[in-house]
Structures are given as structure tokens and as C-alpha cells.
Design a protein around this ligand. Structure first.
Ligand code: ADE
Ligand code: ZN
Ligand code: ZN
Length: 267
């Protein structure tokens, strides 16, 4: 996701963390700011381009090597490379946060990575290898030449938010989660989520996101998305996927942090 997406996910998570979790997260981040999670949610994107940090680039995605739109699947052994991926990163940084022996500086990075990578894991094209996660699929959006990956990271999210900032957009999504708006049933969103098998949990979330590549993102095929402007019919047909994935990411991030610091999801 782009900045608006990551900040929205973080604001949703902030509304789901218990007071004990909030204290623990604020201590690690050394921040009492009202936007304590939102304001570090894009740190991992700045970090990856800093000197000596190229190792972290593969941790933003898992390159599922199946054949969309006919066949979608994610397989850890097939798709998480030797350099790591978003799933192995979530496993690794969760264990650092759970380890009382980890140094404060290590926990700071682990917290900033977890806040970011749980978000990225929910962007369908961060769970897809085809055309570098859609980065090399040229599309037009609202008259601008861009690529399919970018419109899912940014353009669709901004059109959905309709001028609201991340805090206001998150407030609306949180209200919908609580009320079961848009047909959402959040009681199913933590099924199988467990610190006893962090890899299986992250894989469940990755597989769910990857399935949208076949059902929505590339359902019509690569050639079809390269024709015409995607801000109209394509946006209308698929924005609900971006919306539920942002909501799930925020809800799950809050619950994941609650599990780490209280042993309960808080849901
Ligand atoms: N680079 C390679 N694969 C990618 C993906 N799925 N998303 C973003 N960047 C990538
Ligand atoms: Zn992206
Ligand atoms: Zn990222």
C-alpha cells in the first residue's frame, strides 16, 4: 500500500489495541503521540531505500508463482525465497517482539516492520509474482499512465477515501467493522490466528489476499486491464476488495499485537 493505506491500517489497529498493548507498543516506539502507530507505518518503505538496507526489499511481498487468473495459490516453500518474504518477516519480527531478551533497538525495528508488513500482506498484488506483482502491467487511471500495482497500492485507496485523511477514513472503516457494514463479518477474520503457528497464520492471510488476484484484480486477464481507463468500471467492480483488505489488515494487526502483549486477541 501507499501512505494512505498504511496509515489507515495503523489507525484501525490503534482502535483495537487494549490499554496494556497500547502501553507496550508506545514504550517500544518511545512515543506518546496520538498517531503513534500511524506515524511509523511507512518507515519500512523509507528504510528499504536507505544505504545497506536493500536486504529488506523482498520482505514487503511474497511472490506467489501460480497462474492467474486461472489458478491462484501461495506455497511457502515455492514462493518465499532464500532472501525471505513478507510471511517469514512476520514470523521473525513477531518472535523478536515476544522475546524478553531482544534489545530495545531490535524491538523498535521489529515493531515498525510488523505494523507495515501486516498491511502489505493484505494488498493482493503483494502476494503475486506475475509481472513483478503487477508493477510491469501498464495501465491508465484517471488519465494518468501508471501500473496495476500502483493503482492497488494508491489510486483505488485514494478514490475510496474521497478526500478523507487516514484517521477519518479509518474511523469509518472501524465503524463498519463493528456494525457489520458492507456485509462484513469480522468474527471470522481471526479464524486460525495463533502465536503457536505464526507462519500458518500469515500464510492464511497471504492465501486469502492472493485469491483476489484471480477473482478480481486480474480476473479479466492482463490484456483487458491494459485497455481503457481503470478509474471507472474497473474501480467500481473491485474497490470493495481494497476496502475489506484494509479493514482486515487493521483489525488483524490490532489483534496480533494484543496476542503478543496480553495473550488474547481482544476481539
Ligand atoms: N517485487 C517483486 N514482486 C513484488 C510484489 N509482489 N510486490 C511488490 N514488489 C515486488
Ligand atoms: Zn506495493
Ligand atoms: Zn511495503
Amino acid at each position: 500500500w501507499g501512505t494512505l493505506g498504511h496509515e489507515t491500517v495503523a489507525w484501525i489497529a490503534q482502535s483495537y489495541v487494549s490499554s496494556d498493548t497500547k502501553d507496550a507498543v508506545q514504550t517500544i516506539l518511545d512515543s506518546k503521540a496520538s498517531d503513534y502507530m500511524a506515524n511509523v507505518s511507512t518507515w519500512a518503505d523509507s528504510f528499504r531505500y536507505s544505504d545497506g538496507a536493500a536486504w529488506s526489499a523482498p520482505l514487503h511481498y511474497i511472490d506467489a508463482n501460480d497462474s492467474p487468473p486461472e489458478s491462484c495459490s501461495v506455497d511457502f516453500n515455492r514462493d518465499c525465497g532464500d532472501a525471505g518474504c513478507s510471511v517469514s518477516a512476520i514470523v521473525n519480527y513477531t518472535s523478536i517482539l515476544l522475546d524478553d531478551e531482544s534489545k530495545a533497538s531490535l524491538k523498535l525495528d521489529a515493531m515498525r516492520f510488523i505494523i507495515h508488513f501486516v498491511g502489505d500482506l493484505h494488498q493482493p498484488l503483494h502476494d503475486e509474482a506475475l509481472d513483478v506483482g503487477g508493477n510491469t502491467i501498464n495501465v491508465t487511471y484517471d488519465g494518468d499512465d501508471t501500473n496495476l500495482h500502483h493503482i492497488w497500492d494508491t489510486e483505488i485507496v485514494e478514490q475510496l477515501a474521497d478526500g478523507q485523511d487516514a484517521e477519518a477514513f479509518a474511523k469509518n472503516l472501524t465503524a463498519a467493522i463493528k456494525a457489520g457494514g458492507y456485509g462484513w463479518d469480522a468474527s471470522t477474520w481471526l479464524t486460525g490466528a495463533s502465536l503457536n503457528d505464526t507462519k500458518a497464520t500469515a500464510m492464511t492471510w497471504a492465501s486469502e489476499a492472493n485469491a483476489y488476484v484471480c477473482s478480481d484484480v486480474l480476473a479479466a486477464g492482463v490484456d483487458a486491464v491494459e485497455e481503457g481507463d481503470l478509474s471507472g468500471t474497473y474501480y467500481t467492480a473491485h474497490y470493495d476488495v481494497a476496502r475489506i483488505q484494509l479493514a482486515r489488515a487493521g483489525y488483524r494487526l490490532g489483534a496480533w499485537l494484543n496476542l503478543i502483549y496480553t495473550g488474547q486477541t481482544g476481539a
